[in-house]
Ligand binder design. Structure first.
Ligand code: HEC
Length: 466
């Protein structure tokens, strides 16, 4: 059972090896081009965002080998094996005379090396060398994932009106009725790993971050009512974390494994902020109440304050004295109406901070710390305020077990949620009721009464293969 649960992660070493091999090969072109090893990564990184079943621009799907050979909306063949010059794919990535190539649309053209790989592969017959094992795992909106065991859950979120609960799966996000009584939609995208999700405050959009480790990161924006993919943006070469919206639902921030904090315009997908001040992965982000600032937490043990308009790093909110914080920070949330921040990380103690300094900075101070909550066993992976700001909730992982506790924001413990066994990686507080959703390693979603801790319901959010 455990082995099956780990299935989505089982391919990780393979991917890492592949990416190392790909790096080494950067200099010399292989004589025989492999679709699986050479061509597919280029398409995943530069094309699939706009050419997948969930969003097939130009009527052209590029997620599977067979799709590439099909006709586009203009009735021309994407690929004609042996004939690069007749293949629309090639025409689109090389510019005519002095014009910029049409594809990837609105982005930098492919490198000369990538173009040569595509052309040589087509000249050599455009063969499909996908291993049979990988073929079985191929997933897109037309081939949704099948599960033999429940996958690890990295994110859960209620939509603002409290009717839906979004849960991360493998290659997808599952939309459930908020009371756990039914699955209503499966949002399948190109990323294998889904790391975080966040509904826009106006409830119209769902931001999703993830990627394929060592290959590409991705931010997806879904139209919640239509269950349709609006944008898929490839960003960096590794998985993306910690999505958060500005309160006007215009911008999305997130953290990257290249140690950067970034934000995009949710309408256009254009990057509007880049801040490279962290020295390790940025795992979670949040906007200030008015959207003037962004807060980021990282494995580098720091919580940083960045001015949104200028991307200027303004302050370390937590103390940066070595040893002041034991281990990395994993999660941050902002009070619904005040510029106060709740953080959690490796030291197991949820902490409350003020965002802006009221005393001059002294090296190594921790003046911004308002309060620490009770220390929990293990590492904290998720923290959230209740929507009225009167309570906080935190979830931990330790020795293959997990715990979720609710506190008054003023400090008093309220409850320890019952019926939770495995490590917890995600928590969400219902927008209209005293209910907490939590999930993690075991792939089970728990709905608990936040006040008494009683388990109301638990369920596996994915359809399991019988
Ligand atoms: C940001 C979105 C986006 C990305 C990324 C993108 N495309 Fe497109 N593609 C489009 C749109 C939109 C169309 C429809 C035609 C148009 O609007 O130009 C299209 C059309 C096409 C067509 C059909 C053209 C025709 O005339 O039939 C091909 C082939 C194509 N794209 C190949 C690619 C390839 C190869 C890549 C990656 C190197 C890529 N696209 C990346 C948005 C995108």
């Amino acid at each position: 059972m455990i082995r099956l649960r780990l299935l989505p992660f089982a391919c990780l070493p393979l991917l890492l090896v592949n990416s190392v091999v790909a790096q080494e090969k950067k200099d010399k072109l292989p004589d025989t081009i492999s679709y699986y090893k050479d061509v597919r990564p280029i398409i995943q990184q530069h094309c699939q965002g706009c050419h997948q079943p969930a969003k097939a621009q130009g009527g052209y799907v590029m997620t599977g080998h067979a799709d590439l050979l099909k006709l586009t909306v203009n009735n021309v063949a994407g690929i004609v094996p042996g004939k690069p010059a007749d293949s629309e794919f090639v025409k689109q990535i090389v510019g005519e005379k002095d014009t910029k190539p049409k594809m990837p649309k609105g982005k930098d053209p492919l490198s000369e090396r990538d173009v040569t790989i595509i052309k040589n592969w087509i000249s050599q017959g455009a063969k499909d060398d996908t291993p049979a094992s990988a073929r079985l795992l191929a997933v897109d909106a037309e081939h949704p994932p099948t599960y033999q065991g429940a996958p690890v859950i990295n994110g859960v979120a209620f939509n603002p009106d409290g009717t839906l609960l979004a849960v991360t799966g493998y290659h997808e996000v599952l939309l459930h009725l908020a009371d756990g009584s039914g699955l209503v939609a499966r949002l399948v995208g190109v990323s294998e790993r889904v790391q975080s999700l966040a509904f826009s405050p106006d409830g119209k959009w769902l931001a999703v971050t993830g990627g394929n480790p060592g290959r590409f990161g991705e931010v997806q924006i879904w139209d919640v009512a239509k269950r349709k993919l609006k944008l898929s943006l490839p960003i960096t070469f590794d998985t993306i974390y910690g999505a958060s919206w500005s309160s006007d639902s215009k911008y999305i921030s997130f953290g990257c494994a290249d140690n950067s904090l970034r934000a995009i315009d949710a309408e256009t997908g254009k990057q509007v902020l880049f801040q490279g001040g962290h020295s390790d992965w940025v795992l979670d982000t949040v906007f200030s109440v008015k959207g003037t600032h962004l807060i980021s937490v990282s494995r580098d043990r720091s919580m940083k304050l960045t001015e949104f308009a200028t991307a200027r790093l303004e302050d370390n909110i937590t103390s940066i004295t070595p040893g002041a914080l034991k281990g990395g920070l994993q999660a941050v949330d902002r009070h619904p109406t005040k510029d106060e921040l709740l953080i959690g990380g490796a030291d197991g103690t949820p902490k409350l901070y003020q965002m802006f300094r009221t005393k001059d900075r002294k090296i190594g101070d921790d003046f911004n710390n308002i309060r620490n909550y009770g220390t929990m066993p293990g590492r904290i992976f998720a923290v959230k305020f209740s929507p009225d700001g009167t309570r906080v909730v935190a979830g931990t992982s330790f020795d293959g077990k997990g715990e979720v506790r609710v506190f008054e924001t003023t400090g008093k413990p309220v409850s320890t949620l019952k019926g939770i066994n495995g490590p917890i990686y995600a928590v969400a507080y219902h927008p209209k009721a005293a209910i907490v959703a939590s999930a993690g390693f075991e792939g089970v979603v728990h709905l608990n009464d936040a006040t008494t801790g009683a388990l109301i319901r638990d369920f596996v959010p994915v359809p399991l293969k019988k």
